[in-house]
Write a protein that binds this ligand. Structure first.
Ligand code: 2P0
Length: 336
């Protein structure tokens, strides 16, 4: 029997959560303990090509031009194995991925990476998945990747307690009811772009297992989600920003109280956070959010972004990137 040699290339962008995902109900299925909500960015795309390689004994993965090994290779191979089981295909693959964002620095490279891989691999293996199915597949690579399958503002549903098929019940959906007058920008301040010492996966696990604050944060994040939805519907950027900043600070408080603590924020992060608060006290429409890394992202109205980004760059001495809501993952080549 001969196999056709199929290849596909997809592009996906990172997303930044306004209501964070931090903690798993099921570590194998990557099911979150709570819903989360994010904005997909229009900067820092990841491009991934998957080419089936009949006769090859192993998957061969290159990330940013270098052969992958260790944990990144293991995660990508496990991801492709799941797809091979689902499709009944046996071919190994050549995977070539190129990031334009620093990897492992809290800038959501794994979200863009697994979203692009899900779309390219599902096409190459002819998995026939609909958008929700692609989101579920991306979720198994990295939780936050299920949100990068879609553009704009995206809601990731945790499986409802008692759901019959919890894997099926957890996927992301783009919001179609965001007020059209809401024109935000997210300014990423690139304070430090070296890979983190503790992976977000390990940090999340440790926090759920040991932080005495975790239960409170989970309750507050479950309340924050509907409030955020309503603020987005109303086009109320001030409420969106306030909820997002509080949610991010709460998440970092749970990490700080884990055993041993996880501290992603550096003195430079805190310095910039203080400056954002001062700007806000002076009437500037700016709100901060931080993920599993020291970099600070600042939400503000798009029309004000160039001026605010220049100020943040001057205060931090670091480069900035201005992002607007961006597109979902798209296939740019391949498919039959
Ligand atoms: C988020 N983060 O909602 C949160 C906020 C970081 C801080 O999703 O273990 O790489 O692969 O599911 O998706 C980062 O965690 O973790 C993340 P896994 P992931 O964006």
């Amino acid at each position: 029997m001969t196999s056709r040699s199929l290849a596909a290339t997809a592009v996906a962008h990172p997303n930044i959560a306004l209501v964070k995902y931090w903690g798993k109900l099921d570590e194998e299925l990557i099911l979150p303990l709570a819903d989360s909500l994010s904005m997909t960015l229009d900067v820092f795309p990841t491009t991934t090509t998957v080419r089936l390689a009949p006769g090859q004994a192993q998957d061969c993965v290159r990330i940013d031009g270098s052969p992958a090994a260790g944990e990144p290779l293991r995660r990508i191979t496990a991801f492709l194995d799941r797809l091979r089981i689902r499709t009944g295909r046996t071919e190994r693959a050549l995977v070539e991925t190129g990031n334009t964002v620093p990897v492992g620095a809290g800038l959501a490279s794994s979200a863009a990476g697994f979203a692009a891989l899900a779309v390219a691999a599902a096409t190459a293996y002819e998995a026939g998945l609909d958008p929700a199915g692609l989101s579920r597949l991306a979720r198994r690579g990295s939780g936050s990747a299920c949100r990068s399958v879609f553009g704009g503002f995206v809601h990731w549903h945790a499986a409802a307690p008692g759901a019959q098929d919890r894997d099926h019940a957890s996927y992301a959906e783009p919001l179609d009811d965001v007020h059209p007058g809401l024109q935000p920008a997210m300014i990423a301040v690139l304070l430090q772009t070296t890979p983190k010492a503790v992976s977000s996966r390990e940090a999340m696990h440790r926090t759920v297992a040991t932080s005495p604050l975790y239960g409170s944060w989970l309750r507050s994040t479950r309340e924050a989600l509907p409030s955020m939805r309503s603020a987005l519907r109303a086009g109320d950027l001030e409420r969106v920003g306030a909820i997002a900043e509080r949610n991010a600070l709460g998440m970092h408080a749970t990490m700080e109280t884990a055993l041993p603590p996880v501290r992603y924020l550096t003195p430079a992060s805190h310095h910039l956070l203080a400056h954002v608060r001062t700007m806000r006290a002076n009437g500037e429409p700016v709100w901060a959010t931080m993920d599993a890394g020291p970099n600070v992202k600042v939400l503000c109205p798009a029309v004000e972004a160039p001026r605010i980004a220049a100020e943040l760059a001057a205060v931090s001495g670091s480069p900035t990137a201005i992002a607007r809501p961006g597109p979902g993952a798209i296939l740019v080549a391949g498919g039959v």
